[in-house]
Design a protein. Structure first.
Length: 69
């Protein structure tokens, strides 16, 4: 992981609405991943969009386990 490429984004759990800081490594490019909510432990789908040429974070979409992202 490249610490200089980490971006912190405050997001809300799609289950319990708890806000938490999500660390995103933009060096991975556009990708999907899973993370558990720090409060309710529910599995959260995370879709991360990164601009291919600039490497900037363009969008973060969170969804429930059974959502289609």
């Amino acid at each position: 992981m490249h610490e200089e490429l980490l971006t912190i984004r405050e997001v809300n759990c799609p289950y319990c609405s708890t806000p938490f800081d999500l660390a995103i490594d933009v060096s991975q490019g556009t990708h999907r991943t899973w993370e558990d909510c720090p409060l309710c432990c529910a599995p959260i789908q995370i879709e991360i969009a990164v601009a291919p040429h600039s490497g900037e974070l363009t969008d973060v979409v969170l969804g429930r386990d059974d959502d289609v992202l």
